[in-house]
Design a protein around this ligand. Sequence first.
Ligand code: GDP
Ligand code: ZN
Length: 299
Amino acid sequence: MADRSGQGVVVALQANYLEVELDPPHQAIRLLCTRRTRLSHRGSAVHVGDRVRVEAIDLDQGRAVVAAVERRHSWLSRPPVANVSAVVVALAVEEPAFDPDQASRFLLTAEQTGLQVKVLLTKCDLISAQQRQALSDRLKGWGYDPFLMSASTGEGLVGLREWLVSQPLSVLCGPSGVGKSSLLNGLLPQLRLRVGAVSGRLRRGRHTTRHVELHPIGPGARVADTPGFNRPDLPKDLRNLEVLFPELRSQLDPHPCRFRDCLHRGEPGCGVSREWERYGIYRRAVDELLELNRPTRGG
Ligand code: GDP
Ligand code: ZN
């Protein structure tokens, strides 16, 4: 590398260092980098997923200096990852039992990014073929076409890998215990992430201390797992809620209601059907947000 500079992606943060993976053909090379003073002034302005220019590359020592950050085309705040292209939501069919309410919180959070959302139904080895079909159809009714997965039998891994390889950067999220680490281990055998038991208080701290890291899965394709959390907050923006339900979104073009600001709760001239499974979840979310946004009396 004669000019000793190059382009790459920040794949991990380590105390004051950034780990940068160089672009192909050097992708296997990871460099431990400091930042130029100009960049450190902006504190934590460089994040995992950022595309950066590195200088003063020392291949023998595996060191370099990050000199510039390219503009991000997307930003995920929780966990902080730049330039994500797709969000993969893992939901277990059993252990823990499929919970439409919790699943929807994860899906709404994923939809809020505006990025492509893919659903994985995990631990499919625990249910019958008939039950899988039923769950898969149910998710289709929600507007998703899920992959049926089992880390135990390896089912679905080939299809998932194929899908991930076509994405520059996917983030894997979902409740803890659904098998995300097991799937990543299945996809990336060199990884050996710790796999935990479903229950137990001790597990709670496990993910919170782990930092986000990007793992290469193909040329120009990476995948990140996220620290587990079990109950994402509902989106705060009431006006935006309707577009976060794909099965409602598809009813809104062309807009079927008399009033543009219709919340589809039986207002005059509302043209939205109530014959969809998650209508109740949508209604409860609207009510919860209306309650939150209600001006406090005397305040
Ligand atoms: P994470 O918290 O989402 O990363 O989940 P883990 O990968 O740590 O798995 C949680 C538990 O589920 C562990 O006890 C795993 O052995 C178990 N598990 C993971 N994948 C499967 C699967 O496909 N089938 C079954 N039956 N159990 C699984
Ligand atoms: Zn309406």
